[in-house]
Design a protein around this ligand. Structure first.
Ligand SMILES: Nc1ncnc2c1ncn2[C@@H]1O[C@H](COP(=O)(O)OP(=O)(O)OP(=O)(O)O)[C@@H](O)[C@H]1O
Ligand SMILES: [Mg+2]
Length: 294
């Protein structure tokens, strides 16, 4: 079982069929090069000195292409902890999801809820903001991550402008890097504001294409999938089929491989074959759209 990592090989040797099937469903992390570069850049930003002109990051990519996975990977490393010397809680990285609509109050609430800080609905906006700021200082927060930023940048140009100002103000005032993730919409809106465009370094997660990177990704997936035999996922005809089915989105690739590997275990085949690939109960993103509009 040379195609597997040491851990996966040991797991395959010591587990039952149903344990292996459960493990196929478990999300995996693959540090493909763009993901690793972005995580490393975030690490660098952790130690940036404070200034009124912080470098922020904007992670851009289509839905289901790995933005949140990267943010989670980084965030997990910096969970809140208790500092016994000072008797206080520190939380170096705070990660929140932007509310589903451009509502400033709900935006601050998302941060306050994350750090378990109570708030009254009657609390004035400026007081709420000051409290967010004070709490982040107390928690020694070094990076604020806002996922799904496109939600608060949707709407009319006036609403967009209002929220661009909120982000600008946060960034200048907190003097910590802000990392945002969102779709192309967020990128376009931020680009439309010169000051923000200068402060946000864009990092793009393009769709996957038929190249060495994608083949490497498939080899890495294969090494983590608990099958006894080698599937040769990076072989050209498999690559072409996987790309066409997944529309080049890592989330779809992961889903297809999950379904195939379960089938490979159940059938006793122990590897992902083209027949399995063609027969899984999976509808590609393009076909989903067609069905919706049909
Ligand atoms: N680095 C990775 N290694 C392995 N699988 C991954 C990786 N990144 C993403 N995936 C898979 O892709 C799925 C979708 O990723 P993710 O939730 O990060 O997408 P997203 O870009 O945040 O999408 P959305 O814009 O819809 O929130 C994950 O649930 C996981 O299965
Ligand atoms: Mg996401």
């Amino acid at each position: 079982m040379k195609h597997l990592t040491k851990n996966t090989k040991e797991f395959v040797e010591s587990s039952t069929e149903s344990q292996r099937i459960s493990s196929c469903r478990y999300p995996k992390w693959i540090g493909y090069s763009q993901a690793t570069k972005i995580v490393n850049r975030m690490e660098e930003l952790m130690t940036y000195p404070k200034s009124t002109r912080m470098t922020n990051l904007l992670l851009v990519g289509e839905s289901n292409n790995g933005k949140t996975a990267i943010l989670n990977k980084f965030n997990q490393k910096y969970e809140a902890s208790f500092d016994s010397k000072t008797g206080s809680v520190i939380n170096p990285v705070i990660m929140v999801q932007a509310p589903p609509e451009p509502d400033e109050r709900r935006f601050y609430n998302a941060i306050l809820e994350h750090i378990f800080a109570p708030y009254k609905t009657s609390e004035k906006l400026d007081l709420r903001y000051l409290r967010v700021k004070k709490m982040l200082i107390e928690l020694q927060t070094k990076i604020l991550i806002i996922d799904e930023i496109h939600h608060v940048l949707a709407g009319t140009p006036t609403k967009q402008r209002k929220f661009l100002n909120v982000i600008k103000h946060l960034s200048n005032d907190l003097q910590i890097p802000i990392i945002c993730a969102g779709t192309m919409l967020a990128f376009n809106v931020i680009q439309s504001d010169q000051q923000l465009a200068n402060r946000f370094e864009p990092r793009v997660l393009p769709k996957w294409s038929n190249d060495l990177e994608f083949k490497r990704l498939l080899v890495s997936f294969e090494a983590l999938i608990p099958l006894r035999k080698e599937s040769m996922l990076a072989e050209n005809s498999m690559v072409i089929k996987l790309l066409a089915m997944s529309d080049g989105l890592i989330g779809e690739v992961a889903r297809i491989l999950e379904l195939c590997s379960i089938q490979a275990i159940k059938s006793g085949e122990e590897k992902i074959t083209k027949e399995i690939l063609l027969n899984i109960d999976y509808i590609s993103p393009q076909d989903r759209k067609k069905r919706y509009f049909a």
